[in-house]
Design a protein around this ligand. Structure first.
Ligand code: HGY
Ligand code: MN
Ligand code: MN
Length: 419
C-alpha cells in the first residue's frame, strides 16, 4: 500500500483505553494502582491476557530465554529487520495503570489498526513485552532487554540477584515463560511509547514529547555490618549500630550529591535492618542506592563518594561496609532519523510536540546499544509516577498512540535494505 493510501488516522483510542483499564484489573490495588511484580502470578496473568489479544490480532507470539514476549505481524520482506514496538507489563509495588503497559498495548493497537486498514508493510512489525523492566524483585532492572541485547547471559542465575531469594530463570519456568535461547529477532528500529513520569509536558501544555535520550542510571548495593547488642544494657559508646551508620550515610550522601550537581538524583529506596527487632541494636543493614545523571563522569564521582563514605563508617560508627554495583546503564541519545519520523508524524496529525530528555530509565536504553531506537512521551498528571495516583488523560493516550502508529507504519513501509 502506498503511503498516500494510509487513512488520516489509524488507531482507535477508546479501544486502547478499554484495554488499559482491563489490564489494570490484574493486580489492582485499593487506591486505584496496580501491583504486578515481575514473574509473579499477576505478571503471568497479564502476559497470558496480552498473548491472547496478540493472537486474536493475527500475530505469532514467541518467547525468548529471558521471558521477553514478541508478537509479530508479518511483512512482505520476511527476512528484513523488524520494526519493534513495545515496553513492559511489570509494575512497581505501588504502581500506576500506565507505566510500561501503555507502550505494550499501544503497540498491539498499532497492529490492530494496520489490520483494520488492510495495510501490508514491507518490514515485519513486532510488539514486545520486556521482562522485569522495573527491577523490583530481581536486579538489575531492564533484565529482559539487557538479555536481548547480550548484556546478560541466558541461564546465568548469578548475574541476576533477588532481594527475596527468588531465582529468575526458575521463576520463568514456574510461570511458563521460559522461552528459547535460539530466538533471534533482527531489529530495524525500536519505538517505545511511555508516560513521561515527570512534569515537563504538562507544564508546557504539550500532548506529545519526542524523547532525545535517557540519563544514565546506576544501582549500588551497600551492606553495613556492626554488632547485635541489647537495647537496654548497651551504652551508646559500645554500640556498632548498623542502622545509625546507614542513616549517617544517607544524609551525608544526599548533601554530597547536591554539592556535585543539582541534577544528580540519589534515592535510598530499599533499606533493611537485621535482626529487625525493637529491642536489639541492629548489627546489619543493607541499602540499595539509585543514582541518575546524564553524565557518566558524575555517576563515577558520586559512586566514589559513596565508597569513601562507607569506608569511613568504620571509624565514625565502628561499622564495616561493602559496596557492589547492581546495575549500570549508560546515558543514551536516540536516533535522530527516528525522532524526525515521530515529529513529522505528529505534525501531519496537527499535534504539537516538544523535544525532551528522559529522567526515567527505559528498555529503549538497552535497545539503543544495538539498533536505532526512539521514544514518545505523553504527559503525566502532576509529573507523578511509581504511585497509585499516576494518571494520563484519555486524549493524550489517543494522540500518543496515533503518533506511534504513524511512525511505526512509516518505518515499516521503508524498503527492506539497510536503513
Ligand atoms: O526506574 C525507572 O526510571 C523506571 O520507571 N522503571
Ligand atoms: Mn516504565
Ligand atoms: Mn517504572
Amino acid at each position: 500500500m502506498s503511503a498516500s493510501a494510509v487513512p488520516a488516522r489509524l488507531t482507535d483510542g477508546p479501544r486502547l483505553w478499554a484495554d488499559l483499564m482491563t489490564m489494570a484489573g490484574i493486580g489492582a490495588l485499593p487506591a486505584g494502582g496496580c501491583c504486578r511484580l515481575s514473574l509473579t502470578d499477576e505478571d503471568r496473568q497479564a502476559r497470558d491476557l496480552f498473548a491472547g489479544w496478540c493472537r486474536e490480532a493475527g500475530c505469532t507470539v514467541r518467547v525468548d530465554a529471558f521471558g521477553n514476549m514478541f508478537a509479530t505481524r508479518p511483512g512482505r520482506a520476511a527476512g528484513a529487520g523488524h520494526v519493534l514496538v513495545g515496553s513492559h507489563l511489570d509494575t512497581q509495588p505501588h504502581g500506576g495503570r500506565f507505566d510500561g503497559v501503555l507502550g505494550v498495548l499501544a503497540g498491539l493497537e498499532t497492529v490492530r489498526a494496520l489490520n483494520a486498514a488492510g495495510i501490508e508493510t514491507e518490514r515485519p512489525v513486532t510488539v514486545v513485552n520486556w521482562t522485569n523492566e522495573e527491577g523490583v524483585r530481581f536486579q538489575p532492572g531492564l533484565t529482559g532487554s539487557a538479555g536481548f541485547v547480550g548484556a546478560l547471559t541466558a541461564g546465568d542465575e548469578a548475574a541476576i540477584t533477588a532481594a527475596d531469594g527468588a531465582r529468575f530463570f526458575e521463576d520463568l519456568h514456574r510461570t511458563g515463560y521460559a522461552g528459547s535461547a535460539a530466538l533471534q529477532i533482527p531489529v530495524a528500529g525500536y519505538y517505545e511509547l511511555h508516560i513521561e513520569q515527570g512534569p515537563v509536558l504538562e507544564q508546557a501544555g504539550i500532548a506529545v514529547g519526542v524523547v532525545e535520550g535517557v540519563q544514565g542510571v546506576r544501582w549500588l548495593a551497600v551492606t553495613l555490618t556492626g554488632e547485635d547488642r541489647h537495647a537496654g544494657t548497651t551504652p551508646a559508646g559500645e554500640r556498632r549500630d548498623a542502622f545509625m551508620a546507614a542513616a549517617r550515610l544517607a544524609l551525608d550522601m544526599r548533601t554530597a550529591a547536591a554539592l556535585l550537581s543539582p541534577d544528580l538524583r540519589i534515592t535510598f529506596g530499599r533499606v533493611t535492618v537485621e535482626p529487625n527487632s525493637t529491642n536489639t541494636v541492629p548489627g546489619r543493614a543493607t541499602l540499595a542506592i539509585d543514582l541518575r545523571h546524564s553524565q557518566t563522569a558524575l555517576l563515577d564521582r558520586m559512586e566514589g563518594e559513596i565508597r569513601a563514605a562507607v569506608a569511613g563508617l568504620a571509624g565514625s560508627e565502628g561499622v564495616g561496609g561493602t559496596v557492589a554495583r547492581l546495575m549500570d546503564v549508560a546515558p543514551v541519545h536516540f536516533d535522530a532519523r527516528m525522532q524526525a519520523i515521530i515529529a513529522s508524524a505528529a505534525e501531519r496529525l496537527g499535534i504539537r510536540t516538544l523535544r525532551l530528555p528522559s529522567g526515567a530509565m527505559h528498555d529503549a536504553s538497552n535497545l539503543a546499544t544495538v539498533a536505532p531506537a526512539a521514544m514518545i512521551f505523553v504527559p503525566s498528571r502532576g509529573g507523578i509516577s511509581h504511585n497509585e495516583s499516576e494518571w494520563t488523560e484519555p486524549q493524550h493516550v489517543t494522540e500518543g498512540c496515533e503518533v506511534l502508529a504513524q511512525a511505526v507504519l512509516h518505518h515499516a513501509l521503508q524498503p527492506a535494505g539497510p536503513w
